[in-house]
Design a protein around this ligand. Structure first.
Ligand SMILES: C[S@@+](CC[C@H](N)C(=O)[O-])C[C@H]1O[C@@H](n2cnc3c(N)ncnc32)[C@H](O)[C@@H]1O
Length: 305
């Protein structure tokens, strides 16, 4: 209901026909500004189109506008201690295990990694951004090891305690995973082609359109094959379901973060717009694998996901 594909497609077409989409950028600062402005112009235009279409389009548009928020998740608060942040990402990790999300992400990513390993006949490397508890990085390395696939994984986050905890777990499990302190939209100067795959899960909504666009553009510089962004599917069902599921653990701030997150999930068309501005191309896919949205941007000329 909150994808608003009909009004959204018309709105995007209107922006294209006005000749100011996609904007061409020269620097990361420009990219950030243009991506933020474009998504905001798109949403304004979609509102106009929804009003013209009326009824079936206007009601979801109004609900979407009511739900939207730019509030930060509690876990991103600058005043929260790292120990409290760790409690929250560990709660998320438990939820991911309970919902069997890691095996789904791992299956999706392994098919890409197998493709690279077969093509390149060498060790394949993955950088995970905003990896939180490190659950996905560890699960991916574990499954690759089980399949004898030569994969090394670097997890990263902006919270030092997560890096410490991730490295402790990797050493304990003897897995080829290291965790590094990295701001997801200001990557260090890695040598070109340092990674084959860059991935970010359940975190796209923590970033503005401009920050996401920078992430994708930086990924294009550092990654041989693809950027994969996985997040919740923007929908009414998840706006209620995510906080409800999160509340089971009895941690009020975690349940509140669930609600804030679901209010911020990007629609498929917004992800589409951000990827197109970042790459200047339309060689990406945005797919729904309920309850997830999966953005795949290929850098190796392959157009399918
Ligand atoms: C919802 S959690 C997701 C964690 C993990 N990917 C998962 O699925 O469990 C969002 C993560 O984004 C991280 N984060 C927020 N801002 C960041 C930034 N600028 N750079 C890197 N990580 C950031 C937070 O510290 C947190 O670990």
């Amino acid at each position: 209901m909150l994808q608003l594909k009909k009004a959204g497609s018309q709105a995007l077409e209107n922006l294209r026909s006005e000749g100011n989409f996609p904007p061409v950028w020269q620097s990361m600062e420009e990219l950030e500004t243009y991506a933020n402005d474009s998504v905001s112009r798109f949403l304004d235009e979609r509102f106009k189109v929804s009003k013209e279409l009326g009824g079936n389009s206007l009601l979801p548009e109004l609900i979407d506008r009511l739900l939207r928020t730019s509030d930060k998740e509690y876990m991103d608060s600058g005043t929260l201690s790292e120990a409290k942040k760790l409690e929250l990402v560990q709660a998320l990790d438990r939820q991911n295990h309970k919902m069997q999300l890691y095996p789904r992400y791992v299956t999706l990513l392994l098919s890409l990694l197998e493709e690279v390993a077969t093509r390149e006949k060498r060790n394949v490397s993955v950088l995970e951004l905003a990896s939180g508890s490190g659950g996905l990085a560890l699960a991916l390395a574990e499954e690759a090891q089980r399949k004898n696939l030569p994969v090394s994984v670097t997890g990263s986050d902006i919270v030092p305690k997560f890096i410490e905890e991730g490295n402790r777990q990797a050493a304990e499990k003897k897995l080829p995973v290291k965790f590094q302190l990295i701001n997801a939209f200001s990557l260090p100067q890695f040598p070109e082609g340092s990674f084959d795959l860059m991935v970010i899960s359940q975190s796209l909504h923590h970033f503005t359109p401009g920050q996401l666009a920078i992430m994708i553009a930086q990924s294009a510089q550092h990654t041989t094959t693809a950027f994969v962004g996985i997040d919740g599917y923007r929908s009414i069902l998840l706006a209620g379901g995510v906080p409800l599921m999160a509340s089971i653990q009895g941690i009020p701030s975690f349940a509140l973060d669930g609600l804030t997150s679901a209010r911020k999930f990007y629609s498929e068309l917004e992800l589409d717009i951000i990827a197109e501005i970042a790459t200047g191309k339309r060689e990406h896919t945005v797919a729904c694998s309920w309850p997830l949205s999966i953005l795949t941007v290929r850098f190796d000329g392959t157009t399918h996901a």
